[in-house]
Design a protein around this ligand. Structure first.
Ligand SMILES: NC(=O)c1ccc[n+]([C@@H]2O[C@H](COP(=O)([O-])OP(=O)(O)OC[C@H]3O[C@@H](n4cnc5c(N)ncnc54)[C@H](OP(=O)(O)O)[C@@H]3O)[C@@H](O)[C@H]2O)c1
Length: 339
């Protein structure tokens, strides 16, 4: 038999095909194994592992939790649940009357100390930050919840968006975040202890067309959280960008809870019970995704289709929301005219 023998050639070809099939089968099996392991990790994170104890950050020993955007929605729940865990609560938000009502409720229910400060973050007023600094100077702060944020009124193409809305998003979601954190860190660092919870959003990981400035501000929050998370870890301060899908609130304009969209109560409970556990957000460090259905969505986004698929998916989703919002505006205009 020579090398040119057709039988020998056929044998060689079939060996190459078999080897190729074996290599691809091994790669496929490894791929499936890795995905299965990452899914199992998600299940263990979300349903089994306990988070850090809030006592590690001073709960019950006179420490304070500072909550921005505390008068409504998710921030209000943080204030209530951190008070239930026996932190004293310093709440910062825009509407003084809502803060006063919350302060009374917290003091009556949980018998902890409270402080409140009403300010409008869109103003970027230096005096407000100086006042915050003076108040925080007196407190032993264990927890900071950077929750305040503002959003586009409706999904809007960037080139059509109102300059004031763009300014407000940057002032509240970025400048306010940085200034408040810097003030609070000056109290946490000497104690080598602290927890910083940042109110992140899926819009910060999947770029959201028509919500471009909000989405960019949450991407900033995500990247900045990872950077300062790395800086502060060795100093005993935990930073968590809590990557959130929809929650019932005035900002989301969703009123009814569902499997994917919780009320603020159960959502915040999941965050506070899973400190230090990534949940569905294992791709980015210093991120967490504790609410079970949000963790699942995050896992699907990170492990299935391409990034462009999700960017296009969000584009379609926001285009539909924009159409509905514009129709609603038209109806409201017509109704106002006929009155
Ligand atoms: N809800 C969701 O589906 C969702 C999803 C992803 C991420 N998030 C994030 O979660 C956080 C909380 O959102 P939410 O849905 O709970 O919002 P929300 O119900 O609209 O509450 C916002 C809070 O921030 C305060 N606030 C708004 N603008 C302010 C300003 N200019 N100055 C001072 N305070 C201001 C509000 O005060 P007033 O009492 O005066 O209104 C209120 O207490 C935000 O960071 C948001 O980006 C929410």
């Amino acid at each position: 038999m020579t090398l040119n023998d057709p039988f020998l050639q056929l044998l060689q070809e079939s060996q190459i095909i078999t080897a190729t099939v074996v290599v691809f089968t091994i790669i496929g099996a490894l791929f499936i194994l890795l995905k299965t392991l990452s899914f199992l990790k998600l299940i263990v994170d979300v349903f089994v592992l306990p988070g850090k104890n809030l006592k590690d950050f001073g709960a019950g020993s006179g420490s304070w939790a500072v909550v921005t955007g505390a008068s409504d929605g998710i921030g209000r729940e943080y204030a209530m649940q951190l008070a239930a865990a026996k932190f004293n609560i310093f709440m910062i938000s825009r509407t003084a009357s809502k803060l006063k009502a919350l302060r009374d409720e917290i003091e009556n229910k949980y018998k902890v100390d409270t402080k409140m400060y009403a300010m409008d973050f869109t103003k970027g007023d230096k005096r407000d930050y100086e006042n915050l600094k003076d108040i925080i100077e007196e407190l032993d702060v264990g927890v900071l919840v950077n929750n305040v944020a503002t959003n586009h009124e409706i999904p809007t193409p960037f080139y059509l968006e109102d300059d004031e809305i763009i300014h407000n998003i940057v002032e509240v979601n970025i400048a306010g975040l940085l200034k408040v954190t810097k003030i609070v860190l000056s109290k946490m660092l000497p104690k080598n202890r602290g927890l910083i919870i940042n109110g992140g959003s899926f819009a910060g990981t999947v770029p959201s067309a028509y919500l471009s400035v909000y989405s960019g501000s949450k991407a900033f929050m995500n990247t900045w959280s990872q950077a300062i998370g790395a800086e502060l870890k060795s100093k005993g301060i935990i930073v968590e960008n809590v990557n959130t899908y929809f929650v019932v609130s005035s900002m989301s304009k969703i009123r009814k809870p569902s499997f994917l969209i919780p009320l603020p109560g159960p959502y915040v409970k999941s965050v506070l019970s899973k400190i230090g556990i990534p949940g569905g957000a294992s791709f980015y460090p210093f991120n967490s995704n504790p609410y079970p259905s949000h963790a699942l969505i995050n896992w699907i986004i990170s492990n299935t289709f391409s990034w462009s698929f999700w960017v296009n998916y969000t584009l379609g989703q926001q285009e539909n929301i924009r159409k509905r919002a514009l129709r609603k505006r038209e109806r409201e205009k017509e109704a106002a005219k006929s009155q």
